[in-house]
Design a protein around this ligand. Sequence first.
Ligand SMILES: *Cc1c(COP(=O)(O)O)cnc(C)c1O
Length: 379
Amino acid sequence: MKFATKAIHAGVEPEPHTGAVMTPIFQTSTYAQEAPGKHKGYEYSRTHNPTRTALQNNLAALENAKYAFAFASGLAATDTLLRIFRPSDEVLVTDDLYGGTYRLFVQVIEKFGLKFKFIPMQNAQNIEQHLTSQTKLIWIETPTNPLMNVIDIEAVAKISKKYNITLAVDNTFASPYLQNPLDWGADVVMHSATKYLGGHSDVVMGVLATNREDLAKEFAFLQNAVGAVPAPMDCFLMLRGIKTLHLRMQRHCENGAKIAHWLRSHPKVEKVFWCGFPDHPNHEVAKRQMRDFGGMVSFILKGDDLEEAKRVMSSFKVFTLAESLGGVESLCTHPATMTHASIPKEQREKAGLKDTLIRLSVGVEDAEDLIEDLSQAIG
Ligand SMILES: *Cc1c(COP(=O)(O)O)cnc(C)c1O
């Protein structure tokens, strides 16, 4: 099956008792057993829930994975993955990543004895020199948040396989419509489904997907043993959102390209970050591993003046100043004070993230209205 058909049909069968075409919200915590231990595959909703099962099967199909697991948030998914490792294991992480992931690694997981090293990975050659016999996981995000750096998943996977290290890719920014990391050799795909997968800014959820049976067993065990599971209602909303993922992504990409080019030609704009520009340092990699370039665009104004950047962000009428991304509505974020405030300024600047950077999540409205809004705000 091709992508759009999978988005609408994979994992979803008419409900056998009534014929309901849409998967019902199985709002139950427990299931009747005929005799002790004799049940229909469902015992307790932390372990299994039919609405969640349908969603997980759908998510697996979208990522060309055998297995997918849904969690209460993207960070809950990441936290669950990290629990398969042990004290003194080392994790190599791209240096330009979502602030919440950085906080989870450094302020929470590090206390349990894991070590994290943050390095630039746009050039995969840079990775090998940082590996030790203790390195057990490589964690990348591509395109990165918010600098739109692109990492060559296939090149990193070659190294991770050579040294028998697990490679996990945060695929939130691209969504499975634009990029399938498992096809390029990654072991695990993580999503904040809160963003493009849900697409309507009304659910917080996370995903882990994999083809490796050993990892799937661990994830199934931990999903139940740790218990960071999503509610049935949220699984229903996620299934509903995913049915239009391909349509939304097409418009996100179209609008993103129009706005990136418009910003680039604006006399007050210093730099635009978008991996669709042919002179983007990793454009060729983006072209190869992604199907299009997405709707995330960041920019810096000339003069590098924080007050002026703040004035622009407060002047929007269509864009909403808010955290998050990937919804149908356009959002504008100030990473330094919002999504990336949990990364120390020094670390942010080392990764090239200036305090004056403005990040746009370009929605699916009319591009003309979005450009007019940017035009009046920038002045
Ligand atoms: C939002 C986000 C996360 C965290 O996901 P939550 O659903 O908010 O817990 C992780 N990675 C990226 C790239 C994100 O944008």
